[in-house]
Design a protein around this ligand. Structure first.
Ligand code: NAD
Length: 247
């Protein structure tokens, strides 16, 4: 593929943060973008408006991707609307942080369900369409925490590490269909997820980052675009966009 113009791209959890930046970046490159959201309709609709008013094409489609049926419906509705799917970006994610002493089995299950299981659900649903197209690109948003571990994030780090293993297996299984599957591992990025971190902890985090600053959502979006446009011979990889916080 390589060509973004006219490609149909689904971005999960695209109402805000990194997902929003990815949707804008891909739409800016001429892709027809599905802005998936779970609960917050307004920000998703507002983003669709913004993309449309700058000459792009986008549609907001509701669906909780942690539910297998809703994830499949999201893909179905995409194909109903645009006739195909070329790019799938699994971005939706949550965190419920506490040490294992306090973490409940429900905290564990919820994060694994949203962050990891959703990737299997969307990929499985999109697979027949990628095969029919003769190719495609799947990008799963993991985290450096899945590579390094992080205090108070047993559930999140396990889910994000799981994404890396899933990405490699999906890359192996889908290579014969010319589908490239890669993971992007962001470091600390300026979003609502990061804004929830107490200020003194934010300062300590910055001190740990060799490049000395928090990353921007657009920097993750550019990496995703690179894998779509220039990644025809890149599959099963993890692209670390983290300011050097994990090497
Ligand atoms: P965010 O909380 O700002 O955005 C996450 C989005 O996912 C929200 O729009 C939310 O509504 C949506 N979402 C949550 N559950 C969903 C579901 N079941 N179905 C559909 N949508 C759902 O977070 P963000 O910082 O933009 O993170 C985006 C991705 O990047 C996540 O996978 C996150 O784990 C990962 N990440 C973020 C950072 C960071 O520092 N912000 C670092 C590494 C990785």
């Amino acid at each position: 593929m390589g060509e973004l113009r006219g490609a149909v791209a689904v971005v999960t959890g695209a109402g805000r943060g990194i997902g929003r930046a990815i949707a804008e970046e891909l739409a800016g490159g001429g892709a027809r973008v599905v802005v998936n959201y779970s609960r917050s309709k307004e920000p998703a609709e507002e983003l669709v408006q913004k993309i449309s008013s700058s000459g792009g094409e986008a549609v907001a489609i509701q669906g909780d991707v942690s539910d297998a049926g809703q994830a499949a419906r999201l893909i179905e509705r995409t194909v109903e609307r645009f006739g195909r799917i070329d790019v799938l970006v699994n971005n939706a994610g949550i965190n419920i942080d506490r040490t294992m002493k306090k973490m409940t089995p429900e905290d564990w299950d919820k994060v694994v369900q949203v962050d990891l299981n959703s990737c299997f659900y969307t990929v499985k649903a999109a697979l027949p369409h990628f095969v029919e197209n003769g190719g495609g690109k799947i990008i799963n948003i993991s985290s450096f925490v899945g590579q390094a571990g992080n205090f108070g994030q047993a559930n999140y780090s396990a889910a994000k590490a799981g994404i890396i293993g899933f990405t490699k297996t999906a890359a192996l299984e889908l290579a014969r269909y010319n589908v490239c599957v890669n993971a992007v591992c962001p470091g600390f990025i300026e979003t609502d997820m990061f804004a929830g971190v107490p200020e003194e902890v934010q300062e300590k985090i910055k001190a740990r980052i060799p490049l000395g600053r928090i990353g921007k959502p657009t920097e993750i979006a550019r990496a995703v675009r690179y894998l779509i446009e220039d990644g025809d011979y890149i599959t099963g990889q993890t692209l670390n966009v983290n300011g050097g916080v994990y090497m």
